[in-house]
Write a protein that binds this ligand. Structure first.
Ligand code: IMP
Length: 177
């Protein structure tokens, strides 16, 4: 059993499809303002590990849009809450380069071990419209091939996603110990 500290049900469902024995813990932690997802995850993990004993992981993720110099990046949660997908589509009006990627950084620690981190990236395109209601967050405006992530079933998203990559890396690392 592993605890996954998150308030995001969408993240949890995707992660649970990769790790059978996962328990969601919605206990909150400080998300510092920093330049990288790694710093945010690492700071959060130090706080969480002091409060929760047992194998535990957390994740910090973000959307990085090439034409916007990586925005919203580490500010993805705030931007999603404020201008949302419609705001990103507006910022991208008339922009030809639609390339973007999602990155997931997970931090994991055993009851008494050192924290470890794994990351995963998926490359895609910001679409011209939001499509699909299956995922969460930026999924409806992020396209891989002809489909937005919002149009994909969890099993399809988990074949390609940033989160599936970081979590599969952790799973492999755990299995190899
Ligand atoms: P955080 O990792 O919870 O800080 O997520 C940052 C922001 O990116 C939130 O608004 C999430 O909804 C969004 N986000 C994270 N992962 C995904 C994803 O897989 N698809 C779409 N949006 C995501």
């Amino acid at each position: 059993m592993i605890y996954f500290v998150t308030s995001n049900k969408g993240k949890f469902v995707e992660a649970a499809a990769i790790f059978g024995d996962l328990v969601q813990k919605d206990i909150g932690y400080t998300e510092i303002q920093a330049d990288t997802l790694e710093e945010v995850a690492s700071f959060g993990m130090n706080e969480v590990a002091a409060r929760l004993k047992g194998p535990v992981m957390l994740e910090d993720a973000g959307l990085f849009v090439e034409a916007l110099q990586g925005f919203p990046g580490v500010y993805s949660a705030y931007v999603q809450k404020t201008i949302g997908n419609a705001g990103i589509l507006r910022l991208m009006q008339g922009v030809e380069n639609r390339r973007a990627y999602f990155k997931s950084v997970i931090a994991y620690v055993d009851a008494d071990g050192e924290p470890v981190m794994f990351s995963g990236v998926v490359h895609g395109q910001i679409g011209f419209e939001a499509r699909g209601s299956k995922g969460f967050g930026y999924d409806p405006i992020f396209y891989v091939g002809d489909l937005s992530l919002g149009e994909m079933e969890i099993t399809e998203k988990n074949r390609i996603s940033h989160r599936a990559k970081s979590m599969t890396a952790l799973k492999g690392w755990l299995a190899s110990r």
